[in-house]
Ligand binder design. Structure first.
Ligand code: UT7
Length: 330
């Protein structure tokens, strides 16, 4: 292979739990309506993991699918990076559990906590390992069991989230691959989306449990405004690095699926039509944090919406605040 190493995706996988929670089901839990959730968020249903099903179980199922597609076994992997904010336990990491379950050699394996941007952070880390010669094949997984950290009495948040996992195997490729990566954070807004208790700042007590402080809290209106501008800037930033001046030069935008109105506003700023060039699956799954972009990419390829040689922009935004955009040629 000549020139700088190109790193691409050679296998994709996904896993969605069987249980479907519809808006009608939520109407029975909190004071909400199918009409409000559909109009304000674009979500009709989401998947919920079984009580005995943890994040690593979903991650493993998605990983096995991606590895089968890539034609590799656990022994072929040199690195595992998992994007998650709902790991099985604070430690060990979900990536370590995967390393054990997949029968890998004693390779580096770790989680990345970048919330909804986790898949894009993990892809960029894996790309860097391969480019620098530290790894040949890397497994990147984004998996979340958000139902475990959702306050099911709070209508402001419980209608938004779902569970799932997506995975990608990365390797050096002859052409295409990850063409650019644009990541960022703004910790000044850390309080806008957070899990207030359970860490060293506020360890678990009866009070934190009683007050639902182990669940996701969010200032939705503020996050909404920042998300629109930041996701559009990140998508354009990742394209500009390549000298791509217009979204006409890319084939599909795959945005984080947090809210259909955010996606609409981002599409407008980026200069693409929602119908023509934006991948949507929010209606079926809601917001799965890091897993959203991973599952969407797997489905876009599986459904034929993305073909070999197509240029795709992945773009995400979440707690941190974190954001990221990648241009990938499949
Ligand atoms: O993944 C990480 C990034 N996360 C995001 O990007 C999420 C960004 N934020 C959002 O998507 C939106 O802000 C939400 C969907 C969370 C909320 O939509 P909104 O249009 O900003 O609504 P709001 O919070 O301003 O609330 C409007 C009204 C309020 O009622 P009043 O005070 O006007 O009487 C809420 O109490 O809607 C009410 N409301 C609901 N009504 C029925 C809030 N949640 C619900 C609900 N069902 N589930």
């Amino acid at each position: 292979m000549s020139g700088a190493t190109k790193v691409g995706i050679i296998g994709l996988g996904k896993y969605l739990p069987e249980k479907v929670l519809t808006n009608a089901d939520l109407e029975r839990l909190v004071d909400t309506s199918d009409e409000w959730i559909t109009e304000r968020c674009g979500i009709k249903e989401r998947r919920i993991a079984r009580p005995d099903e943890a994040t690593s179980d979903m991650a493993l199922a998605a990983a096995r699918q991606a590895m089968a597609q890539a034609g590799i076994t656990g022994e072929d992997l040199d690195l595992i990076v998992v994007g998650t904010i709902s790991p099985d336990t604070e430690f060990p990491s979900t990536a370590c559990l995967l390393q054990g379950a997949l029968g890998c050699r004693p390779i580096p394996a770790f989680d990345v906590a970048a919330a909804c941007s986790g898949f894009l952070y993990a892809l960029t880390i894996a790309e860097s390992f391969i480019k620098s010669g530290k790894a040949r094949r890397a497994l990147v997984v984004a998996a979340e069991k958000l139902s475990a950290i959702t306050d099911w009495t709070n209508r402001n948040t419980c209608v938004l989230f779902g569970d799932g996992a997506g995975a990608a195997v990365l390797s050096a490729v002859e052409s295409g691959g990850i063409l650019s990566s644009y990541l960022g954070t703004d910790g000044k807004h850390a309080e806008l989306i957070t899990q207030p208790a359970g860490g060293s700042r506020r360890p678990a007590t009866h009070e934190t449990v009683d007050k639902h402080l182990h669940a996701i809290t969010m200032n939705g209106t503020e996050v909404f405004k920042i998300a629109v501008k930041t996701m559009a800037d990140a998508a354009l930033g990742a394209m500009n690095v390549l000298g791509v001046r217009s979204a006409d030069e890319v084939d599909l935008i795959i945005p984080h699926q947090a809210n259909i109105r955010i996606i609409q506003a981002v599409a407008k700023r980026v200069g693409v039509s929602l119908e023509g060039k934006v991948f949507l699956n929010i209606e079926k799954y809601g917001n799965m944090s890091a897993a959203s972009t991973a599952v969407a990419l797997a489905e876009a390829v599986e459904s034929g919406r993305v073909k070999k040689g197509d240029k795709v922009v992945l773009v995400a935004f979440g707690s941190g605040l974190t954001w990221g955009a990648l241009v990938i040629q499949l």
